[in-house]
Design a protein around this ligand. Sequence first.
Ligand code: ACO
Length: 429
Amino acid sequence: MTDSLTVRDNRTGSEYDLPITNGAIKGADLGKIKTSEDEPGLAVYDPGFVNTASCRSAVTFIDGEKGILEYRGYPIEQLAEKSNFLEVAYLLIHGDLPTKEQYDTWQHEITYHTFVHENVKSFMEGFRYDAHPMGMLMASVGALSTFYPDAGQIQDPKNRHMQIIRMIAKMPTLGAWSFRHAQGKPFIYPDNDLSYTANFLSMLFKMSERRYDADPRLVKALDILFILHADHEQNCSTNAVRSVGSSQVDPYSAVSAGVGALYGPLHGGANEAVLRMLRRIGSVENIPDFIKGVKDGNERLMGFGHRVYKNHDPRATIIKKACDDVFEVTGVNPLLAIAKELEKIALEDDYFISRKLYPNVDFYSGLIYEAFQFPPEMFTVLFAIGRTPGWLAQWDELVQDKEQRIARPKQVYTGQRQLTFVPASERWA
Ligand code: ACO
């Protein structure tokens, strides 16, 4: 068996042998297929990159049919149960788990860089009182490039490392301050005696107390949520980070593009829609009517279905368990009973079984965030903080990848050609 694909062009009768590497042919090889030398070669038309690999990557593995998610080869279930977010961030960035010494240095570096320049505070104060925190996060992380102009030296590994540390360290500060701004509350400076996640909760919720000590069960649950969101291979926002990063711009600008992509309702916003749906259903008795509406095509069961996972979303299983731990502290959200019953009924129904529709990561995450008393517009900010190490690991890989070039997709042109321009003075005469 040869690892190649033989293609016959029926326009010319010519045959081409295209090498297959890692289950893919090169798009450029298709370009050699042409009817004459002076015409452009064959292109692939693939809106949304549904079956086009944009890179080789060793960061995250997903098998959607089997419901497998691995960071650098480690199953997500094991990381969520036995690791912590900072260690997972190290794993994603460096490709391997840290030794004790490496972990201590990493934790020290990240903790040391949690503060932002005082000017950041003043421009964040300049946003309108009701500014969306995602807009504030996107703008402020992009603005960090102006504080670190050397960040443009992306070919220098030490420089890249410095910006990676800074961004993982400062995202919780920016995220928390965007939340405080909307609440009209003073910004809280980082407390570097606290863990990464406990410090984030302190910057969000501290008022006049000397020190904000969050319940360790809540800290653990939020840390797990960060781990679950830390990377998801070439999703929309990661693709945005890679695409913008391929221009060799500094990483703050590239990550700011990722935050922008995540802001969109088709990407980071589904958990909010789940909450709205559960509220609308109102009680367990109304579920059969709602399911009928879904099957009739009048409704969509939000938090169900995924482009990649067709068996189960492994993150959903872990989140469901984390729900119980959070509600033990905060008291049960009455919407949980509706969610659990909805899931039970849907998983036994042929409509959902035949379409391979299972709960995704967003089915339960909104309920947890609400239990923390986050308003819905903060949900995506939490997602962005968790996803930052993934974006940066993918960006770092991109910068070092010799095969990468500036992202510049082809198009299939469908417009007019060779028109004769008539000046406005004649057209309007
Ligand atoms: N409720 C009811 N029916 C659904 C749902 C749903 N949530 N999702 C898909 N279907 C149906 C479709 O109507 C379609 O049925 P048909 O074959 O009779 O036409 C079939 O299942 C296939 O659906 P597609 O839309 O082709 O699946 P696709 O892979 O394009 O969409 C998506 C995936 C967008 C996630 C979709 O399942 C959906 O809209 N889910 C609800 C929104 C949601 O929870 N999004 C969060 C995703 S996770 C994340 O981004 C972090």
